[in-house]
Design a protein around this ligand. Sequence first.
Ligand code: AMP
Ligand code: GLY
Length: 426
Amino acid sequence: MNILLLGSGGRENALAWKMVKSHHCDKLFIAPGNAGTAAYGTNLDIAVTDFEAIKAVCISEKINMVVVGPEEPLVKGIYDFFQEDAALQHINVVGPSAAAAQLEGSKAFSKKFMQRHGIPTAGYAEFTADTYEDGKKYIAAHTLPIVLKADGLAAGKGVVIAVTQEEAQKVFEEMILHKQFGEASSKVVIEEFLQGIEVSVFALTDGHVYQIIGHAKDYKRIGEGDTGLNTGGMGCVSPVPFMDEVFMQKVEERIIQPTIAGLEKENLTYHGFVFFGLMNVKGEPFVIEYNCRMGDPETEVVMPLLQTDIVGLFAAMDNGTLMDANITFYPQSCATVMAVSGGYPGDYQKNFRISGLTDFHSEESMIFHAGTKLAGDEVVTNGGRVLAVTSYGNTLSEAVARSKKVLEKISFEGMYYRKDIGYEFD
Ligand code: AMP
Ligand code: GLY
């Protein structure tokens, strides 16, 4: 079949790498893609939210399946757009409906959903401009640290963990009164701080049944030892040593099963990835967030460890046979280390030439492009997160060491990466 993949990050490069291995995949198109995805299919200069242009190419290229990488087109209703158009209805869109994508698109929606279905999560309250004074009192009476979240999508920047009352009150004022994130912060969720270790679990669901396709631990902070500003993710490891059978059983019983049952009960149409962002609090799992897509850079370790044909799973999700699929994993460990632009996650420059990519050959390592583009024959930087280098290893430390070795041979002006990914598991 012909497949269109939407997105342009390391996640999409890893998905493209995995999908072209499938015998179900004839032609792959990526919109807009990056210099790395160009090796696996045809990049199209179409924005992920330009639904009319996406429709036109689906018809002209006889696309059978659309795999949606990022959240924005999902929250904006790409699934529904295809369902409502007679010319597109037959296409298998991998992603939830707009209503179900609210699990990611609105923190208040997801908190209420978890409450309705008894899913463990941090205690919370929500406030708007109308209840601003109540919010200030709520913060004043709250223990520290305290977590403030813009309700809507804020490009990963809408969460602040405040450690003082002054900071919390200031952030609250910025979000509500000064509309720091525009409409996204017209409502603010204020929640308890959960102390623990984060882990992300990934499932595919057709809204009725689910299959777990992997998990990973993401390193979000820019600095070594988990210090400094939050980023989109600086590296990942999988499998995570504490994800043993006992913990996974708790995750399935307390979180995944009630989530899928909740989707079904509330008639929320879902045909796609569910990303469970969890906190392991002394061996007990809590939901920090849902995302309606794969994680980045989690995908860069989840796809290499998944042995099962992913396109076959997407097809099974569409034809009601997801439970018949046999999910198998490679036995190795896997790590990815992200090389970022100097200045990221703050301001950074683009268009620096990347050297060391062409003579790269390895059995154990892969270079997934994130923010790159082709400028003539050259690959240049085109984003904050530039390259994710993934390696297999017999242990996590071996995998990380291999990725770092590859990165030593790559360079671009201002390049930075964390050398301590997986440090707790050494
Ligand atoms: P989110 O955008 O919801 O993923 O939040 C961004 C990051 O903030 C998460 O990955 C966590 O590291 C942190 N975080 C969010 N909520 C909490 C919480 N209730 N307790 C502790 N950390 C949190
Ligand atoms: N790496 C976290 C995310 O994709 O949201």
